[in-house]
Design a binder for this molecule. Structure first.
Ligand code: G3H
Ligand code: 13P
Ligand code: ZN
Length: 309
């Protein structure tokens, strides 16, 4: 099975009322943990790479790890650029074999976002690569941008048809109250399902993407806090809300922080219990298993994409 684009995956997900998990990858253990989980439950996958991941691990290393995962699992896997911020970065990923890219023009004006997104779409579609755009701004931190809560903005449903029509994007990331990182809500968790519903009405059959969708699972936050960490107030998106979104127009759900927390919690615990150990395999092995377990849980209980590969 070669790498696939997101096109067919999203069509089936929309019709089937489930979502594809888009998990961020940065090293071998993360790729293995995610793909072993997907293999066990026969789920399609999007493995996404941020500019920071590409800088950290190198484009070729990540591509080869993903190619190895395809050989080992035989699953349909899409390799996607997460939060591309320039045409040049998107072009470089497309030329380097990615089957999908995100151009995140959400920090620009509406017109500039359209212009930049269309430039990427024209290049990508010519090479058979799918493109995700973004309208609305999520709070939180990504590589280059730190969006404060005051600067975050929900997606305006009045803009989505024009944006999709003028850019030709294949999917659209929207802002309905999620945010990146481990501190998503100060008080009660709230998502604007009314906005999602309105967007779904304006764009019937069109795949919507939810960023910032980690649940910040309490067991891992507790593990981190118990073994020397300090993350008071960490809070994510309740899983029932993600399940609800997956049954609606949301076809791609982005999860990174949950994997980071599982990995970090597991390593902290290992060192607290084995302070004299120093063989990386001894602490990275359980960390990989923690990622596998969390991804399996997401695929089955949150995304509903088990058995859909
Ligand atoms: O949306 C951001 C993702 O969690 C990727 O994070 O830019 O630190 O690799 P990163
Ligand atoms: P989380 O920080 O909630 O995992 O979001 C990840 C994400 O949106 C990657 O693009
Ligand atoms: Zn994101």
């Amino acid at each position: 099975m070669p790498l696939v684009t997101s096109k067919e995956m999203f069509k089936k997900a929309y019709e089937g009322g489930y979502a594809i998990g888009a998990f961020n990858v940065n090293n071998m253990e993360i790729v293995q943990g995610i793909t072993e989980a997907a293999k066990e439950v026969n789920a399609p996958l999007i493995l996404q790479v941020s500019a920071g991941a590409r800088k950290y691990a190198n484009h070729t290393y990540l591509m080869k790890l993903i190619e190895a995962a395809i050989i080992e699992t035989g699953l349909p896997i899409c390799v996607h650029l997460d939060h591309g911020d320039t045409f040049e970065l998107c072009k470089s990923c497309i030329d380097g074999g990615f089957t999908s890219v995100m151009i995140d023009g959400s920090h620009h004006s509406f017109e500039d976002n359209i212009k930049l997104t269309k430039q990427v779409v024209d290049y990508a579609h010519d090479k058979g690569v799918t493109v995700e755009g973004e309208l609305g701004r999520l709070a939180g931190i990504e590589d280059a941008v730190n969006v404060s809560e005051e600067d975050a903005a929900f997606t305006d449903p009045d803009q989505v048809e024009e944006f999709v029509q003028r850019t030709g994007v294949d999917s659209l990331a929207i802002a309905i109250g999620t945010s990146h990182g481990a501190f998503k809500f100060k008080g009660e968790a709230k998502l604007r399902f009314d906005i999602l519903e309105e967007i779904q009405k304006r764009l019937p059959g069109f795949p919507i993407v939810l960023h910032g969708a980690s649940s910040v699972m309490p067991e891992y936050v507790e593990m981190i806090n118990k073994f020397g960490g300090n993350m008071p107030g960490a809070k994510g998106v309740p899983e029932e809300m993600l399940r609800q979104a997956a049954k609606m127009a949301v076809c791609k759900i982005n999860i990174d922080s949950d994997l980071r927390l599982a990995l970090t919690g597991s390593i902290r615990k290992y060192f607290a219990e084995n302070p004299s150990h120093f063989d990386p395999r001894q602490y990275l092995g359980p960390a990989r298993t923690a990622i596998k377990e969390i991804v399996k849980h997401k695929l089955i209980n949150v995304l509903g994409c088990d058995g859909k590969a």
